[in-house]
Write a protein that binds this ligand. Structure first.
Ligand code: MBD
Ligand code: FE
Length: 306
C-alpha cells in the first residue's frame, strides 16, 4: 500500500468509527503514529512474528518498569531536550545553566534543609571517597537567589539509586537543599559511580542487539526551582570517567562537566569536619527568569514519592 492508502485505512478504522466523544489531540497522535507504523511495516516488510516480538518487548519492558530507562537509552529523552532548547531559543530565552535529562530514577519527597545537607547514610564511608558539592544559585547576571530549591540525587559506589535499590536506606543520596542568604548550597556525600543498565534487563537486551553498551558516566542530578524562575532539570557529569562523552543516555553536555578536585589540606579537612582527604566539586547554577508565553519547563510524568 502507498501512504495515501494507508492513511485512508487508518482513518476508516480509527476516525470514521467514532461514536463517542473524541479527544482530538489523542486522535491526532494515534492516527499519525499508526500511519507511520503501517508505513514502516510496508517499507521494511515487517513480518507478523516481528510485530509480535515488538509488542511482547513492550509488555516485558513495561512489566520490568524499564520504559523510562529505554527512553533514555534510545535517546528519546535527549531529543526532547534538544527540542526544548530550540523552543526556548525561539521564545527568546537564552543563558542559564544548560538543561539535561531527568532520567528515570528521581524520587519525590527527599529530606529538606537550608544551606547544607549530608546526603549519604554513612554506610559506604569506608569504601568510597567523600565528596563535597557546593555552588551558588544566581540569575545569569550573577544576582543571588536565596531560597532556591536544589533537589539533588545520585548513585552509590555500585551505580545504584536508593528506592530502586532496596538494599539502601530511604532517601540515601537524595536531598533537597534550599540556597542560603548568599545563594549558597553545600552537599556532603559520597562519590557516585556511573550507572549501568541491568545486564539481564529489557533495555540492555535491545542495546545488545544494537551493539551498544548501557553505561553512564559518574553524575549527579538536579532539579532547581525558585519563584519567578524557570525550573531547571540538569546534572553534572564528572571529568575523567571513561563514559563521560560515551554516555548511553546522551546526557553529558558542554557546560555540565564537573571536575572533582582532591582536597588533602589538614585545615580544610578540619573545617569540613572530616578525617580523611575528600573530593570537591563546584557546581554553580544559573536560573533564567520566567517569561509569560514561554514554553513550560514542567514535565508531567509519573514519579515515585517514597
Ligand atoms: C541513570 O542514573 C540515569 O541518570 C539515566 C538517565 C538513565 C539510567 C540511569
Ligand atoms: Fe542518574
Amino acid at each position: 500500500m502507498n501512504r495515501q492508502e494507508i492513511d485512508a485505512l487508518v482513518k476508516k478504522m480509527n476516525v470514521d468509527t467514532a461514536t463517542g466523544e473524541v479527544n482530538p489531540r489523542v486522535q491526532q497522535i494515534v492516527v499519525r503514529l499508526l500511519g507511520d507504523l503501517f508505513q514502516a511495516i510496508e517499507d521494511l516488510d515487517i513480518s507478523q512474528s516481528e510485530l509480535w516480538k515488538g509488542l511482547e518487548y513492550f509488555t516485558d519492558a513495561g512489566q520490568a518498569n524499564e520504559l523510562g530507562l529505554l527512553a533514555a537509552g534510545l535517546g528519546l529523552e535527549h531529543y526532547l531536550d534538544l527540542r526544548a532548547d530550540e523552543a526556548d531559543a525561539k521564545a527568546g530565552i537564552t543563558g542559564g545553566t544548560p538543561r539535561t535529562i531527568e532520567g528515570p530514577l528521581y524520587v519525590a519527597g527527599a529530606p529538606e534543609s537550608v544551606g547544607f545537607a549530608r546526603m549519604d547514610d554513612g554506610s559506604e564511608s569506608d569504601k568510597v571517597d567523600t565528596l563535597f558539592i557546593e555552588g551558588t544559585v544566581t540569575d545569569p547576571e550573577g544576582n543571588i537567589i536565596e531560597g532556591a530549591k536544589v533537589e539533588v540525587w545520585h548513585a552509590n559506589s555500585l551505580g545504584n539509586y536508593s528506592f530502586f535499590d532496596k538494599s539502601q536506606s530511604d532517601f540515601n543520596l537524595r536531598r533537597t537543599i534550599l540556597s542560603d542568604a548568599s545563594g549558597h548550597y553545600v552537599a556532603q556525600t559520597t562519590m557516585p559511580v556511573g550507572y549501568g543498565c541491568p545486564p539481564e534487563g529489557t533495555t540492555q537486551a535491545v542495546l545488545n542487539l544494537l551493539g551498544r553498551h548501557g553505561n553512564r558516566p559518574s553524575h549527579v542530578h538536579y532539579f532547581v526551582s525558585a519563584p519567578g524562575y524557570r525550573k531547571l532539570t540538569t546534572q553534572f557529569n564528572i571529568e575523567g570517567d571513561q563514559y563521560l562523552w560515551d554516555d548511553f543516555a546522551f546526557a553529558t553536555r558542554e557546560g555540565l562537566v564537573a571536575t572533582a578536585v582532591d582536597v588533602t589540606d589538614e585545615a580544610e579537612l578540619a573545617r569540613r569536619g572530616v578525617n580523611k582527604p575528600f573530593k570537591h566539586i563546584t557546581f554553580n547554577v544559573e536560573l533564567v527568569a520566567e517569561k509569560t508565553g514561554a514554553p513550560s519547563t514542567e514535565v508531567d510524568r509519573r514519579r515515585v514519592g517514597a
